[in-house]
Design a protein around this ligand. Sequence first.
Ligand code: SAH
Ligand code: SF4
Length: 428
Amino acid sequence: MSEAPRNSSTGPTEAAAIAGVPHASGTSAGDVPLEKTPLETYVPPAKPSLIGLSRAQISDHLAAIGVAPAQRRMRAQQLWHWMYVRGARTFGEMTSVSKDMRAELEKHVTVDRPEVVAEQISNDGTRKWLLRLPSGNNLEKPHEVECVYIPETDRGTLCVSSQVGCTLNCSFCHTGTQRLVRNLTAGEIVGQVMVARDRLNDWPSSASSPPGEEKTHRLVTNIVMMGMGEPLYNFDAVRDALLIVADNEGIGISKRRITLSTSGVVPNIVRTGEEIGVMLAISLHAVRDELRDELVPLNRKYPIAELMQACRDYPAASNAKRITFEYVMLKGVNDSLDDAKRLVKLLKGIHAKINLIPFNPWPGTRYECSDWDQIEKFSEYIFNAGYSSPVRTPRGRDILAACGQLKSETEKLSARERQALRAMAMTD
Ligand code: SAH
Ligand code: SF4
C-alpha cells in the first residue's frame, strides 16, 4: 500500500471549491501533479446562444427584448419546444412565434451550436466530429473538442466531452497528456447533442410536421459523459446540461440512458446522486492504492476506500441501476488473476457491473494492451463470481475515436502516427 499523503476531506466546502474552475494542487516531490491549472480563458460570443440556458435564463432574455412579464413563461416554453423538440437552427423556422419577436430575438441572441470543423466516419459506422468553440482571444489556439457517435443495433450512443483537454493526468490516457484545459459551458455540452442530431438528421422528419406526427424513432438514444475531460471538475455546467438533455419536454433522453463517467472525484459523486441522478461509471483501473496512484493520480486525493464508500452511498444504486466499474486492461500492470480476485472482493456489496476496456494504445505511451487470452481469463473469473463483465469492443480506432484517444486537433497526430494506429486497428 502506498503511504503517500492523502487528503481525505469530502466536506461540502471542498465540493464547492472543486465544482467551479479547477485549481492546481500540490503533491509530494517527483510525483505527477494531480491537477492542471486551466490555461485557457473563455470569452462568450457577443450574441449568446439560447442553447444550454434554463427556462428562467431564457425568460431573462425575453425580458431584455421587452416581452411582457405575463407572457414570458409561455414564450420561453415555445422557444424550448422549437429548440429541443424540433431542432430549429434559426428563429426564422419558429413559425408559431410572431415575426416581430423573431426579428427582435435575432438581433440579440442565437440558437447556434458549436461549429463542426471536421467529420469522420469509421469503417464500423462510428462518427467523430471535431468541434470548434470560442477561445479566449485571437492569439490563443482554437479551443476544440471531439464528440463521437457509436451506432449499435438496439441503441445509438453519443460520447460527449466536458472539457477542452482534461484537468487530470491519468498515465494511460491520451487526453490526459493534453496541456490545454478549459471547462465547457452547459451550452457547449448540450450543443454536442444538438450537433449530433443535426448531422444524423435525427430531428422530427420535417420541422413543419404537425405536433404528434413527428418522427418517433431516434438515432441518439444514450449519452455517455466519456469524451474529453473529467465531468466532475466541471460540475455545474455538466449538471445543467444533463438536466436539459433529460428534460421530457425537450430532448427527453431518460436519466437511465445517461451515464456519467468519473475518475473518482468523491465529493462530486455525492452531488451527482443528489443533483443529477444519472447512471454512474467509475474509472477504477486498479484495485490497490499504490498502482491506482500511478494510473489515476487523483487517487492520492481520494483513495480507493473513500471512492468505494461514495459508490455504496450513491442514491440510485440498486439492482436496476447498477454502477459500472471501468477497468482498462494493461499488459503486466493490472491484468493478473490476483487483480481479478481483489476486484471481486472490493466490489462486494455494491450493485456493480464491470466493463473491461482493452487499452487503446497511442503514440508515445508506455503501456500495452493485455493479451486477448488474459482478458478472457480475467473476464471469466469475474463472470464466475457473479458479475456481468462485457469487454468493451474498441470502436472507431481507425479514426482515433476510441476511449482515451479523444484529443483535439490542437495537438494533431502526424499522418504517419495516424497510419500506424490504423494499421494497429486492422490487425485486431
Ligand atoms: N474523465 C472521465 C471520462 C472520460 S474517459 C473518466 O476518466 O472516467 C472515458 C473512459 O476511457 C475512462 O474509463 C478512461 O479511464 C478510459 N480510457 C482513457 N484512456 C484510455 C485508453 N487509452 N484506452 C482505454 N481506455 C481509456
Ligand atoms: Fe481525464 Fe478521464 Fe483521461 Fe483521466 S482518464 S486524464 S480523468 S479524461
